[in-house]
Write a protein that binds this ligand. Structure first.
Ligand code: PHE
Length: 387
């Protein structure tokens, strides 16, 4: 870890009772992979920024660049400013990494929208690492990267909608104009990144944009969601002291785009130190990733009871984080292989198969047994009784 926010102790302290950040997560914060010009995430970030820079000639819009914001934000920034309701599941400690009750690792780069609007920016791009508690497999990792884009329209071009709100605003030509500008801009971005590619728009919902959309890209016989976007909710603009303006916002996942663009099959590869990965990429170049041989996996099963009240309070993400705190990036996948409730006692049991694999070397059964025993020792802390 080298970046200015790389300091595990900053995330593990203060030991507030709400702090649910694990050492593994703390070790990921501040890596700044997206600022490394020869890392696939850095290459794609530059390519996106180049596209938006090129728009200045044709549209006159200059985008401010923010890409070194502190990943620790307040719940005000991450949720309240964006009209995300108090009871939204995204706020739960089972989904989000908290330092204290009101400070957390940002779950999306939208957490920076309001501050940049408030400080008077007319258009900006904001890139950074974001954190969400989640399962782990080849396309999910609890840390990933987003690029946020915001554009306000000139005051003059939206003055016809002054004072409009709700349905009146949604039906106005100004709102339609912003939607078209947003979609054209993002379709242009996709063509810039992929050449002509199959795209699909669908309606979506975000509390802070209305209307809202998602864009999917066709890749390897699958539709892949790459971004969410919409017309900025008038209330967000009011709260940011820009009540006389209207505009659009989008947030896209850099890993998703990079996996498509470079044909990278596993999201964990972005975090590897393996030279066989890094030697394949150069600043400004889009190449097809050549998979190198994988080292063999080691599988271990763990089974436990989650009885009575515990069955209700057992949070799968807590177990996933426990596994990762024990074995870090050696965990390739955690698979639920069995789940049943005993007909007589009513106790519930889970069996998970943990796939261990190193990106860099062959694992020995002995070293994995050590980790597996540490994990077994730690299971009672989640209220689980080993079987
Ligand atoms: N922040 C949203 C997400 O992470 C994406 C988004 C950004 C949607 C901006 C609308 C506008 O899913």
């Amino acid at each position: 870890s080298t970046g200015k926010y790389a300091d595990p102790l900053r995330y593990l302290q203060p030991q507030h009772e709400s702090n649910n950040i694990t050492p593994h997560i703390a070790s990921l914060v501040g890596r700044e992979l997206y600022l490394d010009a020869s890392h696939p995430l850095g290459i794609i970030r530059s390519k996106i920024q180049d596209y938006f820079a090129s728009l200045e000639k044709t549209t006159g819009t200059a985008y401010d660049i923010f890409d070194a914001e502190d990943p620790i934000v307040t719940s005000q920034q991450c949720f309240d400013d964006l009209l995300i309701p108090e009871d939204h599941p995204g706020r739960l400690p089972s989904d989000t990494y908290y330092l204290t009750d009101s400070r957390l690792l940002r779950t999306h780069t939208s957490a920076h929208q309001s501050q940049h609007l408030r400080s008077g920016s007319e258009a900006f791009l904001c890139c950074g690492d974001v954190y969400r508690r989640d399962e782990i497999d080849s396309t999910h990792y609890p840390a990933f990267h987003q690029m946020e884009g915001v554009k306000l329209m000139t005051q003059q071009s939206v003055s016809g909608a002054d004072g409009l709100s709700g349905d009146d605003w949604l039906r106005s030509p100004e709102c339609k104009m912003i939607e078209s500008d947003l979609k054209a801009t993002l379709e242009g971005l996709m063509d810039h990144l992929f050449g002509e590619t199959e795209k699909k728009w669908s309606e979506d919902y975000f509390p802070f944009t209305q209307p809202s959309f998602e864009l999917e890209i066709y890749h390897n016989d699958e539709w892949m969601e790459v971004l969410g976007c919409g017309v900025i909710h008038e209330r967000v603009l009011e709260l940011s002291n820009r009540p006389d303006r209207r505009g659009w916002a989008f947030g896209l996942g850099l890993e998703r785009l990079a996996m498509i663009l470079f044909d990278i099959p596993d999201i964990r590869l972005f975090w590897t130190d393996d030279e066989r990965f890094h030697s394949q990429f150069k600043e400004g170049e889009i190449v097809t990733f050549k998979a190198y041989s994988k080292y063999p996996p080691v599988y271990k099963d763990i089974a436990f009871w989650i009885s009575g009240d515990e069955a209700n309070s057992f949070i799968e993400n807590d177990f996933f984080d426990l596994v990762r705190s024990t074995a870090g990036d050696l965990v390739e996948k955690i698979e639920l292989v069995d789940s049943f409730t005993h007909p007589k006692t009513g106790r519930s049991s889970r069996c998970y198969r943990i796939h261990y694999r190193s990106m860099d070397r062959s694992l020995t059964n002995e070293e994995i047994d050590v980790l597996q025993f540490q994990l077994r020792d730690a299971c009672p802390s989640l209220g689980c009784e080993l079987r």
